[in-house]
Design a binder for this molecule. Structure first.
Ligand code: PAF
Length: 283
């Protein structure tokens, strides 16, 4: 695996590589890699001639400075995992390489409704900053395929909208891959590394709450069902930001289910200092 730290070096390499018959796959990450990330690399290896992964902890997308300070950094282990997975290129830039003029939002994206609900509501500015870093990375890498993990359901929808807005949806294929879970159902996440053993035991409650939504989904008001799911979280020391059921196609919150619309359950909750998110298609 070749590691590039400088944008120009990576650009130069990729210009030599892309003769248009070759396909490039791109997996953007913030490091602290786990099997979920590696599944994206594996997916790219099946299709693409060149697999590029980036590790960049984007300071602009952390609305909580403590979350940024405590974000796990395991770069040596990450490099080893990427090498074992057969990743071809790692882009590992410093902050000043990506934001030479500082990490302020230099461009606004029209993310519409998606920016006002769920993660958008609880993490103001977060999706604008995700848009900015993805825009910058795509401008450098120009992949044919972009791989994202389905755990970040709303982020996937935001990036889909962004690709359309940047006129990249014709040239970049967005591939959303299934969430990879631990044996007890906990969705793999870099933030899981911050849980102590007691917290880790309780953390699968998010998955259990989503399962409850799935198994008990019925036509009509969803209020009681969501309350039962919230109770599972409270019983396991979680403080939920939200437990919601939304239209899977556009994330409109559904208070009453018509028995037909495809819906997704979405949860964000704190276990002490650590905020976890997860989602599950319910029908
Ligand atoms: O999901 C993440 O790890 C980040 O939001 C991403 C997509 C790499 C952008 O910084």
């Amino acid at each position: 695996m070749t590691i590039f730290k400088k944008t120009n070096d990576l650009r130069f390499f990729l210009t030599g590589f892309t003769d248009r018959t070759k396909k490039t796959g791109f997996v953007p990450t913030m490091g602290a890699l786990h099997k979920g990330h590696i599944s994206l690399i594996t997916e790219s290896k099946k299709t693409d001639d060149l697999t590029v992964c980036s590790i960049f902890i984007n300071p602009a997308q952390f609305n909580d400075p403590r979350d940024f300070e405590k974000y796990p950094v395991t770069i040596e282990k990450d490099i080893l995992m990427l090498e074992q997975a057969g990743c071809d290129i790692l882009f590992l830039p410093l902050v000043k390489e990506i934001y030479p003029a500082g990490s302020g939002q230099d461009k606004q994206y029209d993310l519409g409704y998606l920016e006002t609900i769920l993660e958008g509501r609880y993490r103001p500015g977060h999706f604008q900053a995700v848009g900015m870093i993805i825009d910058k990375l795509l401008t450098i890498i120009h992949p044919n395929n972009l791989y994202l993990g389905g755990k970040d359901y709303q982020q996937c929808m935001v990036i889909k909208k962004l690709l359309h807005q940047l006129n990249l949806d014709k040239t970049i294929n967005l591939k959303i891959c299934n969430t990879v879970r631990e044996a007890d159902g906990l969705a793999m996440s870099s933030r899981n590394m911050r849980l102590n053993s007691e917290e880790r035991k309780k953390a699968s409650a998010i998955f259990n709450a989503l399962e409850l939504l799935k198994l008990n989904l019925e036509m009509g008001s969803l209020d009681l069902l969501k309350e039962k799911a919230r109770n599972i979280l409270y019983e396991n020391a979680f403080r939920p930001d939200y437990v919601e059921i939304a239209d899977a196609a556009n994330l409109k919150i559904i208070p009453n289910w018509d028995g037909k619309t495809k819906v997704v359950g979405l949860i964000a909750a704190y276990m002490n200092e650590v905020r976890l998110i997860d989602n599950m298609p319910l029908n």
